[in-house]
Design a protein around this ligand. Structure first.
Ligand code: THU
Length: 134
């Protein structure tokens, strides 16, 4: 599974997006240490603040299935032309289960890709003393 295949999986996950308020579909695909893949999509709510992002949906699905180490992430935002990175809350949650050098690929509807790492997205871990070794 290369990063573009993982991105295609994220794109597919975005099709299930429940986003009647923003009309902005997001799909996320997490590659686990054991090779399994878990996806998530954004789930909005009429009480706007309760919206769950695609990335955290994927984390919750994977952890619920017993997975705790993720080695790569792809995020697809088919309603934007350019790539969109994860929000601050999702960066924090993802960093709980991913090493700093874990690759992240983001892409919108154009062929442009944003390739980065979890460490670059979370350059300063203010809670590192609380981090658990799982
Ligand atoms: N969204 C995500 O799912 N992930 C992100 O990283 C950014 C934002 C969702 C939340 C909301 O449903 C829509 O995109 C617009 O913000």
């Amino acid at each position: 599974m290369d990063m573009e295949q993982l991105f295609e999986t994220a794109k597919k996950a975005a099709e299930a997006s429940y986003s009647p308020y923003s009309h902005f579909k997001v799909g996320a695909a997490l590659l686990c240490e054991d090779g399994s893949i878990f996806t998530g999509t954004n789930v909005e709510n009429r009480s706007f603040g309760l919206t769950i992002c695609a990335e955290r949906s994927a984390v919750v699905a994977a952890v619920s299935a017993g997975k705790r180490r993720f080695v790569a992430l792809a995020i697809a935002t088919p309603d934007s032309i350019e790539p969109v990175g994860p929000c601050g809350a999702c960066r924090q949650v993802l960093s709980e289960f991913m090493d700093k050098d874990a690759p992240v690929r983001c892409g919108g509807s154009s062929p442009q890709r944003l390739d980065t790492t979890i460490g670059a997205l979370v350059p300063f871990d203010s809670l590192h003393e609380l981090a658990q070794k799982q």
